[in-house]
Write a protein of this length. Structure first.
Lengths: 488, 85
């Protein structure tokens, strides 16, 4: 089998061929290293690489396979977003303020994937502290969409999405606080999933907004996503917000959508700024699902217009608290001052980028005495209204379907001057974070300019199995598969 | 400033304009009557998870200091706190 083909396999296919000894785990990771070498100077998905780790892990994977280990992730090459701690591996949250930081521990989700045999390729680029929708806020450099290098991959997990779309990794981990897995998955034509809040442990995740953050996988098929999620999910005593519910994400995976009710929220369907090509792709997807036996139902999410406002109080407020620890004292970059306060101010002015400073200021303001009730408390009440909207909608349908992003990938620089225009990228995804729902984005076609469009499926809390089942049924019925971008 | 982020010349104007724009959008929340609505701080059912008060191994002092920009005698070194104006 030619080496190029190895990087186009799904996890499921690769696992089967590894067991058949068509190639070794060492050869599989080498093929990915060569793909990275060939392409990443143009895509710039990665910030740094971990060859010592991948050599050791691939060797161990080959030993396990030789012993007859049938684990579905043994030997599978994986990239990790720069907000996830791996012991000894430089992790910077896409920020200069953490440059040189080497975590003294590995987060739980990654530990589980390592134990399952995944092989770490390196650390992927992201918007600084996961704040952004284009990866242009990275303190290092932007990442380029493999489908059009002049365009953004989306964000904040743009590096991870691009790595999988470019065939540089079979799994990439991302995080989703307002849409940061689903939106880049849509813009890069890959599968990306955010679990229910509390499904995957956040231990080892550099926190942005603690009531919204979740870790999730990027892959090139719904089945691959289910496999990775199954390996990562489950209670962790080290994360007090992680759930003790049993992990049943694979239930009824191939049962299809016959007889299921799929809700189309009119506020999402007609959202301001939705591009005609995106709308057309969604219409085609809805038709596929109807033809596959689903009942399509109109639903309403009346407070949709208020979601962005609520999110842009809650997330900055929580981030202002979480980022208070970056002060140049215990880790990272330090700019000295004449006294401690000046040292903090200089370190944070220099170490944090524009968007981070914007959100910390906004958040500090929203929480300050005299404004707390008008802003943060108000936003939390609106959050209740948004959650109730979804609860009511789920009385009438089993899952909600919509576009993931109102637009396809936009040119680098197009939205950086106006922060609000960038925030609007998340209008269709942030509701899922506010309500704590599981959500997945699957590729649902290309525009005439060969730019990917994503279909989002949202399910009730704890029903990842439903989201996966609908996504899988769509993938099968439509024949649309995530592909590796044809970069030469 | 509470955020402990220094401001350089031009920052105030730059951020004031952008933050005003964002706050103007956020103001639409005033349209909603939320007097009778409870706030959501935690969106799933998990609450007040406790564990047994049993000590566990933590980081060693060396590990804890390993990333410090300035460490002296097992301490994190910082500029003086007492000489603030």
């Amino acid at each position: 089998m030619s080496k190029t083909k190895l990087t186009e396999l799904t996890i499921k296919e690769a696992a089967r061929l590894l067991r058949l000894r068509s190639f070794s785990a060492a050869e599989l990771v080498t093929a990915h290293a060569e793909q990275i070498e060939r392409l990443d100077h143009r895509v710039k998905a990665f910030l740094r690489f971990t060859p010592e780790l991948w050599e050791k892990q691939a060797e161990e994977a080959d030993r396990r396979i030789a012993r007859g280990d049938l684990g579905p992730l043994v030997g599978i090459p994986m990239a990790v977003k720069d907000v996830l701690c791996v012991r000894g591996v430089e992790t910077t949250a896409g920020s200069r303020i953490l440059s040189g930081f080497r975590p003294p521990y590995t987060g739980t989700a990654i530990s589980r994937l390592f134990a399952a045999g995944a092989v770490m390729l390196g650390v992927t680029n992201c918007d600084e502290f996961a704040m952004g929708s284009s990866t242009e806020n990275s303190g290092y450099h932007p990442t380029h969409n493999p489908w059009d290098l002049d365009r953004v991959p989306g964000g904040s997990s743009g590096g991870s999405a691009a790595a999988v779309a470019a065939g540089e990794a079979m799994i990439a981990l991302g995080t989703d606080t307002g849409g940061s897995i689903r939106q880049p998955a849509a813009l890069c034509g890959v599968v990306g999933m955010k679990p229910t809040y509390g499904r995957v442990s956040r231990y080892g995740l550099i926190a942005f907004a603690s009531s919204l953050d979740q870790i999730g996988p990027f892959t090139r098929s719904v089945e691959d996503t289910a496999i990775v999620l199954d390996a990562m999910a489950g209670h962790d005593p080290l994360d007090a917000t992680s759930s003790t519910r049993p992990n049943d994400v694979l239930r009824d995976f191939d049962a299809g959508v016959k007889g299921m009710r799929l809700g189309v929220p009119r506020e999402y369907y007609d959202v301001e700024g939705i591009e005609p090509a995106v709308k057309a792709a969604i219409d085609t997807a809805i038709k596929s699902l109807r033809d596959a036996g689903a009942e399509i139902v109109d639903v309403t999410l009346p407070h949709t217009d208020y979601g962005l406002a609520a999110y842009y109080i809650i997330a900055p407020a929580e981030c202002s608290s979480n980022l208070a620890r970056f002060d140049g004292v215990r880790y990272g970059f330090c700019q000295d001052g004449q006294n401690i306060t000046e040292s903090y101010e200089r370190t944070r002015r220099k170490g944090f980028g524009t968007e981070v400073r914007r959100r910390v200021m906004l958040g500090t303001y929203a929480l300050s005495s005299g404004y707390y009730d008008a802003y943060y408390l108000k936003a939390q009440k609106v959050r209740t209204l948004i959650k109730r909207d979804f609860d009511a909608a789920f009385e009438r349908c089993d899952a909600i379907i919509s576009a993931t992003s109102p637009t396809v990938a936009f040119p680098i620089g197009a939205k950086t001057k106006n922060p609000l225009s960038m925030y609007l990228c998340d209008v269709l995804t942030l509701g899922g974070n506010l309500a704590g729902l599981p959500g997945i984005s699957v590729p649902c076609g290309m525009t005439d300019e060969v730019l990917p469009v994503g279909l989002q499926v949202l399910a009730p809390q704890w029903r990842e199995d439903v989201a996966l089942r609908v996504a899988r049924a769509y993938e099968v019925a439509s024949g649309v598969k995530a592909e590796v971008a044809p970069l030469v | 400033m509470l955020a402990r982020i220094g401001l350089e010349p031009g920052d105030v104007e730059f951020y004031a304009e952008q933050l005003s724009g964002i706050l103007a959008h956020i103001d639409r929340l005033k349209e909603l009557d939320t007097d009778a609505i409870p706030p959501t701080a935690q969106v799933v059912e998990v609450a007040n998870t406790l564990r047994e008060d049993v000590p566990r191994p933590g980081l060693s002092q060396a590990e804890a200091l390993a990333n410090a920009p300035a460490a002296v005698d097992g301490f994190f070194r910082v500029p003086s706190i007492q000489d603030e104006a």
